[in-house]
Design a protein around this ligand. Structure first.
Ligand SMILES: Nc1ncnc2c1ncn2[C@@H]1O[C@H](COP(=O)(O)OP(=O)(O)OP(=O)(O)O)[C@@H](O)[C@H]1O
Ligand SMILES: [Mg+2]
Length: 283
């Protein structure tokens, strides 16, 4: 299953292993100083599994997500190893990297306005992801993806809308539709539900679980909500100031936290659902 810093075994190949992040170190050079943002981050994601990333604001979750796609500007110095299905991404040339982005590994940005082009209608942005990877991109394909991402009967109207005409929650779902477009084996979703109400969060976490179970898709799901992660994730990584301080199944991490930081973060959360428990009362 999933694990943290587990060796590959002598053969070095494990067909269940999808993402292998080793000793990721990220420093930020600014104003003549270098500040550490991530330190010694190592974890693995198995095929067909959901990994939650949990930690307080500013601990480095978005930096980690963007580094996997090599989207950080040059003032961020990135060292270590990121292997997707055995292939090192940190040293990959730009052309093959572009083929990976969106098709093998997709990112749902924390701020969907950053992901959406203000000059393109929502449907065209989804179609563009498909076209970039030479997939069919008819209006029906796009509407089906928007519907899958929880836009339901509004999908056709949303497809024709400009990003500024959409609500924050609608933009989040357009960004999710873009990520799902090419059925990538790995989706990294950075706070994808923060603008959504609880019934939509429940529907989309159910969708993620279905894609995991039926298609073997994997997710790195970044969330401030232990409730969302407890219902969705197979393993949870807890990050404190750029380090992973604890990891394990949500039942263990959230109900019997080993690290005082995790316990402190959970102190204000009323009662956490156990995995498989019904719809959320508070996300
Ligand atoms: N462009 C930037 N310039 C300067 N510092 C940055 C930049 N981006 C991130 N940082 C710093 O890096 C650290 C990690 O930020 P990051 O955005 O990864 O946190 P996060 O865990 O995603 O937080 P949140 O939960 O609020 O989204 C923070 O201290 C932040 O101030
Ligand atoms: Mg963030």
């Amino acid at each position: 299953m999933t694990g943290v810093s587990q060796p590959n075994g002598p053969a070095g190949q494990d067909s269940r292993l999808l993402l292998d992040v080793r000793n990721l170190e990220i420093d930020l050079a600014a104003h003549g100083r270098v500040a550490p943002i991530l330190s010694g981050v190592s974890f693995t994601i198995a095929r067909g599994s959901i990994t939650g990333l949990f930690g307080e604001s500013g601990c480095g979750k978005t930096t980690l997500a963007q580094s996997l796609f090599r989207l950080l500007p040059p003032r961020f110095r990135v060292r270590g190893s990121v292997r997707l299905a055995g292939r090192e991404l940190l040293s990959l040339a730009e052309r093959p990297l572009e083929a990976v982005r969106g098709a093998s590994m997709a990112l749902v940005f924390q701020d969907p306005l950053l992901a959406l082009n203000p000059l393109l209608r929502a449907g065209d942005q989804v179609a563009e992801v498909l076209r970039a990877h030479r997939r069919p991109s008819t209006a029906a394909d796009v509407a089906a993806l928007l519907e899958l991402a929880g836009l339901g009967p509004a999908a056709l109207r949303i497809a024709r809308a400009w990003p500024h005409q959409l609500s924050g929650g609608e933009r989040q779902r357009v960004a999710i539709a873009q990520a799902l477009a090419c059925h990538p084996p790995l989706i990294v979703a950075d706070e994808p539900f923060s603008a959504l109400d609880t019934t939509l969060v429940a529907a989309l976490t159910a969708l993620f679980r279905r894609l995991r179970d039926e298609l073997g898709a994997s997710f790195l799901l970044i969330s401030h909500s232990p409730g969302v992660l407890a219902r969705t994730a197979d393993q949870v990584l807890v990050m404190e100031r750029g380090r992973i301080v604890e990891s394990g199944p949500p039942r263990q991490v959230f109900h019997h936290p080993a690290h005082p930081y995790t316990a402190a973060l959970l102190r204000d959360v009323p009662r956490l659902p156990l995995p498989g428990e019904g719809p959320p009362h508070a996300a």
